[in-house]
Each structure stands twice: as C-alpha cells, then as structure tokens.
Write a protein that binds this ligand. Structure first.
Ligand SMILES: C[S@@+](CC[C@H](N)C(=O)[O-])C[C@H]1O[C@@H](n2cnc3c(N)ncnc32)[C@H](O)[C@@H]1O
Ligand code: SF4
Ligand code: SF4
Length: 333
C-alpha cells in the first residue's frame, strides 16, 4: 500500500490529535447518494432512489469546515453514480492534501479515465468491494458481468503504479471459505486487500453471519493463511490486532465499546448527520453535540465491526500508533 509522505502524515497526526481532544470526528463518511447499481444480498441499499435533494459538490466545503476530519470516506449507495463525484472530492480536499480520502465503491461504473481524474482530484485510496474471487460475485451483488468488468479494470488501473487500490472483502457465511483466495486475487491483480465483517444490523438477516463452529473454523484457517502472507509491504491492510478483533467479533456475536457519533459519523446524501450507516436517528450539522449526548454516551449497540470501528474504538495512544504507523503506513525515514 502506498506510504503517506512524512509531511502529510504529520498533518494527519496533528489534525487527528486536535479532533480527539475537541471531540470532533476523526473519520467522516459522506454517503453521496442513496442510489446503487447493485442489489447486494447483505445490504439495505439497492437500485435507484430519490436523489433530488442531494447535497451539491460545493456544500461539502461547509461540512468539512465544521467537522474537520482527517479521514473521509466517499461512499453511498454507489458514489460513482454521481457524475459530479470528482467535483465532490475537490471540495473535500484542502490545498495541503488533507483529508486522507477513501472512495468506497463497487467499481461497476469505474473507467480508467475516471480513476485517473479521481486520483488527480485527491482520492488517496480506492476501496473496491469484492465478495468472491470469481463470477459468484455477480450473483451476490445481483449485477451480471460485474466480476468480468473488475478483472479487466482493476489490473488496468493498478498498472499506473499509484498503489492506491484496496479490495474490500466483507466476510459472510457465504464467502468465508474464500478468504485466502481473495488475497490471492489481490496479488494477481496487483492490488492490496482489506477484510471487513458482516453485520446483520443492516438488513436484519442473520443467515450471513458466521453462526456455526464449522464457519468459525473456516474463518480462522483463512485468516491464519492471510497472516502467513504478510511480507512487510502493507498489502494486507488490516493490522493483525484488527483481524484478531474480527475473529472475536464473530466468535462472541458482537463487539461492545462503539464510539459512533463521536469518533466517526455519517453525513447522509441529503446532509443530515447519523452516528453510523446502520443507526438512523438523524441530526442537523448544528446538532452534533446533541448526537453525542443522546446517542454516543448511551450507545450499547455492538452489532458490527466495520473497519471504521476497528480503528477508532481504541485509546488515543493506540490509535496514534496503529492508525498512523499501520493504517496510514507512516514512513519514519
Ligand atoms: C454500503 S457499501 C457502499 C459503497 C459501495 N456501494 C460498495 O459496495 O462498495 C460499503 C461497504 O459496505 C459493505 N457492506 C454492505 N452490507 C454490509 C453488511 N451488512 N455488513 C457489513 N458490511 C456491509 C459492502 O460490502 C461495501 O464494501
Ligand atoms: S453493498 Fe454497496 S453495491 Fe451493494 S447494494 Fe450496498 S451500497 Fe450497493
Ligand atoms: S456497533 Fe456502532 S457502528 Fe456498528 S451498527 Fe452499532 S452503533 Fe453503528
């Protein structure tokens, strides 16, 4: 994974520390549209939605000034459905290259030209969802031809050498036997890999959670093999501690201690604040403190272990060490 240059890393540390002390979010996820090109079986999004009241690209400046996060996710729905997504990214980035900006997308609408434009506009990391290392991906995402598109476009974009593409594989009961094969696919395509964990909270469907000893055994064997593949280059983006916490999440059926609303939050397509993508109590931008008091201080939900949580439930020194040295591949020389 591309290493963040020293000066930029220092700016991220500075802004992150300040936000931590001032109780401002470290990570903000902008869901720039509710519409999607897929109908994934594990997700509550899917298909077209009413996009008429969506924030405009220039509106994102106001949110950046108020929230000042050091990491931004541009997500959805499917963010590439917005023709103005490059403009959105330009409005999110400041002239010093902050925040660290991750485009979270299924890549069904990605082209080489769009990839280059988004890179130029300031996307630091491209997170590409992949649930299976073959055409089973199409069935799970209800999008015929998607895998074939990915197997062409991902290596083509990776060949530019920016080392900024990460396959994002959400572990479910359906694909738990493919954990190592997904890592192999990342190697084949010349990109990095990051694992996340299924939450039943989005759809209420418990079938995709790892419910049996056989499935848990399969996860542990897969993640053991992934650990053996580490070579110091950071191509397996999750830290070992995060993958260990993912194992415990599935084994225990949840992970307490969530800081949604405080350390991270979601801005919906229409501009309201939500604690996370799976908690639907909404607040205006001016009501962020009320969200912390009402939601975060009383939150007992333990129903996901999405990657944001895995980084931000930690203490401040651990966060600095792991997120900066590990997640951002902090370069000390
Ligand atoms: C909600 S999608 C939005 C961005 C884009 N449409 C995509 O699929 O990458 C972001 C990520 O959430 C994951 N996801 C969807 N449903 C999930 C669930 N129930 N539990 C955990 N992750 C989930 C997807 O696999 C995807 O990697
Ligand atoms: S996971 Fe992403 S691609 Fe799939 S339905 Fe949800 S938002 Fe759409
Ligand atoms: S554990 Fe936290 S981030 Fe996950 S669904 Fe619950 S409130 Fe949201």
């Amino acid at each position: 994974m591309r290493r963040v240059p020293f000066a930029e890393s220092l700016r991220i540390i500075g802004r992150g520390s300040l936000n931590w002390l001032r109780e401002r979010p470290i990570v903000v996820s902008f869901e720039v549209t509710d519409s999607c090109t897929c109908y994934c079986r594990h997700c509550d999004h899917g298909g077209p939605k009413d996009d008429s009241g969506n924030l405009k690209p220039a509106d994102y400046r106001r949110y950046m000034e108020a929230l000042h996060p050091c990491v931004v996710q541009v997500s959805g729905g499917e963010p590439l459905m917005r023709d103005d997504v490059v403009d959105i990214v330009r409005n999110i980035k400041d002239d010093k290259g902050l925040p660290y900006t991750i485009l979270v997308s299924n890549w069904s609408l990605m082209t080489e030209q769009r990839y280059l434009e988004l890179h130029e506009a300031g996307v630091t990391q491209f997170s590409v969802s992949l649930d299976f290392p073959d055409e089973r991906h199409d069935a799970f995402r209800v999008h015929p031809g998607l895998y074939d598109h990915l197997r062409r476009i991902v290596p083509k974009c990776a060949a530019h050498g920016f080392d900024d593409i990460v396959l994002n594989s959400c572990i479910t009961s359906e694909n738990v036997g493919e954990i190592d094969a997904m890592a192999e696919k990342a190697r084949e395509w010349g990109v990095n890999i990051c694992y996340s964990a299924y939450s039943a909270r989005r759809t209420g469907c418990k079938d995709y959670f790892l419910n049996s000893a056989k499935q848990l055994g399969s996860m542990n064997r897969g993640l053991d093999r992934v650990e053996e593949r580490r070579n110091g280059s950071g191509w397996i983006v999750n830290s070992t501690t995060t993958l260990d916490a993912t194992r415990r999440y599935f084994e225990n059926g949840g992970t307490p201690g969530c800081k949604a609303g405080l350390r991270f939050l979601v801005v919906t397509a229409k501009g309201e604040l939500q604690p996370c993508s799976m908690q639907f109590k909404r607040y205006s931008l001016a009501e962020r403190s009320r969200m912390i008091e009402e939601f975060t201080r009383n939150n007992t939900c333990d129903q996901c272990y999405v990657s944001i949580r895995s980084y931000l439930d930690k203490t401040f020194p651990t966060l600095l060490w792991e997120n900066v040295s590990g997640f951002f591949s902090f370069k000390t020389h």
